[in-house]
Design a protein around this ligand. Structure first.
Ligand SMILES: [Zn+2]
Length: 302
């Protein structure tokens, strides 16, 4: 039995969260959406504080140097074959540094010093799969898959590409469950919007949410009574990724995100094969048969 038959008392959950009027549709009110954003920021600020320390230049031993060479080649081959773009120069500028962390962060790139890729010292004692996925994921951030305003859309697209690079090279991919939902949507966006990769690679600090909002500005999305589509998608993905609002059903969030991605796909008019590829990645298998009805303060999913 699929998850698609479900009734949710969404407004009750929202009242608990915001302590404000239960009479408004959440998608009609900017203020209530802002509350999501604020929650996200509070949560992220707490998490990143003192998370990275003892940074220093990294000297690789022969085994890791040769593994990194192999992973770089996998990335170069993938982008050359799939997108006819050469990322060799971008990867050549990479300088590795190490850091330590108390919170299980395995790698990061600081946008203020984008030539450095930081890898957690623990990663070198971890299993090869964790190393491979982390290194490729962070390298992709470094060569351009990072936007200034949308953490979760970036993470989803970056982690989907990490998966694709490692699978195509026959290395095998073991992606993190943290980005599972964001990655699934990242796959769909990559399939629907073939230019988004070059958009990331060509732009300095690209504004992905603006691109999505601009793309979908004329699309009528019945459940998203809001114009700023990219920001809405970002908020939904953040909540799916961090589960900062555990009393809102993640299924509802996923379904809303699906609505955006579906509109995105319709806008780019993918081929039949691409549509089946996109459908394969749906969180909800029979998505097209699901309807959402608003009944007073409740959203009912049938
Ligand atoms: Zn990342």
């Amino acid at each position: 039995m699929s998850m698609t038959r479900k009734i949710m008392l969404l407004t009750i959950a929202l009242m608990f969260l915001t302590g404000c009027s239960a009479n408004k549709n959440i998608w009609e009110s900017d203020n209530q959406v802002r509350i999501f954003l604020n929650l996200k920021l509070d949560s992220l600020n707490g998490e990143t504080e003192n998370n990275f320390f003892n940074q220093k230049d990294l000297k690789l031993d022969d085994a890791f140097a040769s593994q990194i060479k192999k992973l770089k080649k996998a990335m170069i081959d993938y982008f050359s074959e799939e997108y006819a773009v050469d990322i060799t120069d971008k990867l050549d500028q990479q300088q590795l540094r190490s850091f330590e962390s108390n919170y299980g962060t395995y790698g990061y790139v600081n946008p203020d010093e984008p030539q450095y890729l930081y890898l957690n010292v623990d990663l070198f004692d971890a299993d090869a799969d964790l190393f491979n996925n982390t290194y490729v994921h962070e390298s992709l951030h470094q060569i351009g898959f990072r936007a200034h305003n949308c953490y979760s859309i970036d993470e989803g697209i970056t982690d989907a590409l990490t998966d694709l690079v490692l699978i195509k090279a026959g290395i095998g991919s073991f992606p993190t469950p943290i980005y599972a939902d964001a990655r699934t949507l990242g796959y769909q966006i990559l399939e629907a919007d073939k230019d988004i990769v070059n958009f990331y690679l060509d732009s300095d600090n690209p504004d992905i949410t603006e691109r999505i909002s601009e793309t979908l500005k004329d699309v009528n999305m019945p459940f998203l009574k809001r114009n700023d589509t990219g920001e809405m998608l970002e908020v939904l993905l953040d909540n799916l990724t961090y589960e900062t609002i555990s009393n809102i059903d993640p299924y509802y969030m996923a379904l809303q995100a699906q609505e955006i991605v579906r509109a995105y796909c319709q806008t780019f008019q993918p081929t039949t094969e691409e549509i089946s590829s996109i459908r394969k990645m749906y969180l909800v298998e029979d998505y097209e048969n699901v309807t959402i009805k608003q009944d007073g303060d409740m959203f009912i999913i049938q």
